[in-house]
Design a protein around this ligand. Structure first.
Ligand SMILES: Cc1cc2nc3c(=O)[nH]c(=O)nc-3n(C[C@H](O)[C@H](O)[C@H](O)COP(=O)(O)OP(=O)(O)OC[C@H]3O[C@@H](n4cnc5c(N)ncnc54)[C@H](O)[C@@H]3O)c2cc1C
Ligand code: SF4
Length: 448
């Protein structure tokens, strides 16, 4: 434990976001950092609980009390060594993890001021890169070859772990670069892509081979490998097949997000056929989750006129407490992201009926139906009933952010392991990474 009683004396301090007027015009990361003095003070707040719920809540089992103690005492190198035992890429989770650990922190129980584990994690890892605690290593080879299909967080963790154990690892991805949704989904304002490049470069230096632009048929896996890890994510988004779906201006969320990320790295230019522009337009986002929120931030940075976000489910309870899901579980409360703060009309209990267009086939608005959810007398799913007259929300761009379908996986031979979102359905980076680590353990066990 860093400092006795610090949790009573030092208030929680978040680094916070860059001011809206500053951040809204660029795609740089919105989150700021604390100086190292304040960062160490934040780490000192950790109480090193006898039963660390943070450790239990983190899918990777990160040992937050241990590395918070090292950080509080200024031993950044030890903090990184402890963190990297369980977390292969803390620079990713340190930026974009919803911090399941913090919701479970005992300091969250009393005054909703948990330790700043996620930010501490990012700070430790940036120090480790800066101070060169992270350097390439060579590993003795064991003569076994593994193919990883999919270079998202799940596949990357599996590759990293197996490479360290001496396997000769080749990672195949259909895209032009590694990262999966870290690169082609999550906007740069949450995760700068140089952070991914830096890690991939290290993995290459350590011997992992990457083959890009290869769309692997998972029913005919590449030959010549002892084992396979399939980490292909959830490529199919949930669509909304209602009248007008083919109007110009209706897009799946990832069409916008992926295009914008590619544009920023120069993979495509603004004349590319995949281009989606919200500039000067009224934008409607259908889906109230994180993907929808990323669309809002992207639309703002592209210079949209307005953004509205609608959601079919009721408005979640105001936090920080969630009576249905009390501490130490993750609270399902209303979440206001940096993108929401930048300006957005948010509405709940809205069903979508029809996309409306002009005689040139361009979207002009969406007809929606305000609804209510009523208890089902048979005890099943609540019943959706109309609450008022339908109305039209004017927009020229509509983004469908309604989640992803869980892929149907064929029955695989015994030397194939499926992991990440491909195995669980759409989830979180930290869960995909934990699943990639489990896949690596399974590969090792199957070859013993
Ligand atoms: C817009 C958006 C924002 C998100 N924001 C967050 C967030 O802030 N925090 C968080 O924790 N989670 C977030 N998530 C969820 C998170 O990104 C995913 O849970 C995570 O990336 C899943 O990792 P994965 O490795 O299983 O799959 P993916 O990241 O989807 O990677 C799969 C990889 O497999 C490749 N692939 C697929 N099929 C083939 C094939 N046949 N041959 C070769 N390669 C193939 C793909 O090209 C891709 O690179 C977000 C998701 C989206 C869509
Ligand atoms: S990975 Fe996420 S849940 Fe785990 S310690 Fe880091 S911030 Fe917490």
């Amino acid at each position: 434990m860093g400092k006795l009683k610090a949790f009573m004396e030092v208030p929680r301090l978040e680094a916070g976001y860059r001011p809206i007027h500053d951040r809204i015009h660029d795609f740089g990361e919105v989150e700021q950092t604390l100086n190292s003095h304040d960062r160490k003070l934040q780490a000192s707040r950790c109480m090193d609980c006898g039963v660390p719920f943070c450790h239990w809540a983190c899918p990777l089992g990160n040992k937050a009390p241990e590395w918070n103690d090292a950080l509080c005492n200024g031993d950044w190198e030890r903090a990184y060594r402890l963190l990297s035992q369980t977390n292969d890429f803390p620079e990713f989770t340190g930026r974009i993890c919803p911090a399941l650990c913090e919701k479970a922190c005992v300091l969250n129980l009393t005054d909703h001021a948990p330790t700043t584990n996620r930010e501490n994690e990012a700070a430790i890892t940036e120090a480790a890169w800066r101070e060169r605690y992270i350097t390439p290593h060579t590993y003795e080879r064991n003569g076994k070859r593994v193919a990883i299909i999919g270079a998202g967080p799940a596949g990357l963790v599996a590759a990293n772990r197996l490479n360290r154990m001496g396997y000769e690892v080749t990672v195949f991805d259909k895209q032009q670069a590694a990262g999966g949704l870290l690169r082609y989904g999550i906007p740069n304002f949450k995760l700068n892509k140089a952070v991914i490049d830096r890690r991939i470069q290290l993995m290459e230096q350590e011997g992992i081979r990457f083959e890009y632009g290869v769309n692997v048929d998972i029913n005919a896996l590449p030959e010549g490998y002892d084992s396979y890890v399939v980490a292909t994510g959830t490529p199919q988004a949930r669509d909304l097949n209602i009248p007008g779906r083919d109007l110009k201006g209706v897009h799946l969320a990832l069409e916008l997000l992926s295009y914008q990320n590619r544009l920023l790295t120069g993979e495509v230019d603004s004349k590319d056929e995949s281009a989606v522009s919200c500039k000067g337009k009224d934008v409607l986002v259908i889906g109230g989750g994180d993907t929808g929120s990323d669309c809002i931030g992207t639309a703002h940075r592209q210079g949209c006129k307005s953004v509205t976000q609608i959601e079919i489910m009721p408005r979640p309870v105001e936090g920080p407490e969630d009576p249905q899901n009390p501490w130490p579980n993750y609270p399902r409360v209303l979440k206001t992201t940096s993108s929401h703060e930048e300006g957005c009309i948010r509405r709940w209990n809205i069903n979508t009926l029809e996309f409306l267009g002009d005689d040139k086939g361009r979207l002009t608005g969406v007809r929606v139906q305000p609804i209510e959810w009523q208890p089902n007398p048979d005890g099943g799913r609540p019943l959706m009933v109309e609450a008022s007259e339908p109305e039209v929300i004017k927009c020229e761009v509509c983004l469908l952010a309604m989640g992803f379908l869980k892929p149907e996986m064929p029955v695989m031979p015994s030397n194939v392991v499926v992991c990440g979102d491909a195995q669980s359905g759409a989830s979180l980076v930290v869960r995909a990474m934990a699943s990639g680590r489990d896949a690596a353990i399974q590969v090792i066990k199957m070859q013993k």
